[in-house]
Design a protein around this ligand. Structure first.
Ligand code: KIV
Length: 284
């Protein structure tokens, strides 16, 4: 693929104006970032979901800022041109606006991010304004917010009832007014997502399991390729079963080692006869 232009915030708003849907994927490592760059994905999220998909925790809560920075740096090396979003992990922004600004700044300075994302509604408006005023593009995250999974009672659709839906719609407007240039809606009913998208004035609305009526879509990379062994959320579409291919490949490797058919001639190296002769004399 020809070298593509860096995706920036103007590119994203131009897509909204031109009614071109924005593609967004999670990514946590260098080779995957390379593939996503080659495929021309618009945005990449280094999500704190890496705690589950890459580190094997049961929730995202144990993930630290240092975990996030390490993975985000690797992703930036693999994808210099996608719009890169660093996901603020649990307790990196909840305690105070000052802490939120400092940690958002780390994503920008240490991992060359284009924006950061944090979870929460109107209670996070102050954090959003602080980060935006520091010159850092900030994305809000409403609906199912995995860092509050315990308070939400599990991984389930948010906003099915009218009251809860109204709260999400109000929160979206509050976050936009606080300075969020983009809001991710996770597992919100499609018509609630549509209302929020229609009411957004200067804010990009992205959907993860919230239907087609947004400015773009986000998917978790591990879900789309069958790479997460514990479960597959209903909202995720499997675009290819890489997990199955990898599993079969590893089984074949173990079998070939056991049967001594690996390594074959082309998988190793020889020493010349005269060098070998000299070597064996040296060893005598
Ligand atoms: O961490 C993550 O990948 C996320 C998505 C679930 C939106 O925040």
């Amino acid at each position: 693929m020809a070298e593509r232009k860096k995706v920036n915030i103007t590119t994203l708003f131009n897509k909204v104006t031109n009614k071109e849907p924005i593609s967004w994927l999670t990514c946590y490592d260098y080779p995957t970032a390379h593939f996503q760059e080659q495929a021309g994905v618009d945005m990449i999220l280094v999500g704190d979901s890496l705690g589950m998909t890459m580190l094997g925790y049961d929730t995202t809560l144990p993930v630290t800022m240092n975990d996030m920075i390490r993975h985000t740096q690797a992703v930036r090396r693999g994808s210099p041109n996608a719009f890169l979003v660093g996901d603020m992990p649990y307790m990196s922004y909840q305690p105070s606006t000052e802490l939120a600004i400092r940690n958002a700044g780390r994503f920008m300075a240490e991992a060359a991010c284009d924006a950061v994302k944090l979870e929460g509604g109107e209670e996070m408006a102050g954090r959003i304004t602080g980060i935006a005023n520091a010159g850092i593009p900030i994305i809000g995250h409403l609906g199912l917010t995995p860092q509050s999974v315990s308070a939400l009672g599990g991984y389930r659709v948010q906003g099915r009832g009218a009251l809860q839906a109204k709260k999400i719609i109000d929160d979206a407007k509050t976050l936009e007014e606080a300075g969020a240039f983009c809001i991710l809606l996770e597992m919100v009913p499609d018509r609630v997502c549509q209302i929020i998208t229609e009411r957004a004035e200067n804010c990009i609305i992205m959907s993860l399991g919230s239907g087609p009526n947004a400015h773009g879509q986000l998917l978790i990379y591990h879900d789309m390729f069958g790479l997460y062994p514990k479960f597959k959320p209903r909202m995720a579409k499997v675009f290819g079963n890489a997990g199955e291919i990898i599993q079969e490949g590893i089984k074949a490797y173990v079998k070939e080692v056991r049967e001594r058919t690996f390594p074959a001639e082309e998988n190793y190296f020889h020493i010349k006869d005269e060098e070998y002769e000299e070597l064996t004399q040296m060893l005598d």
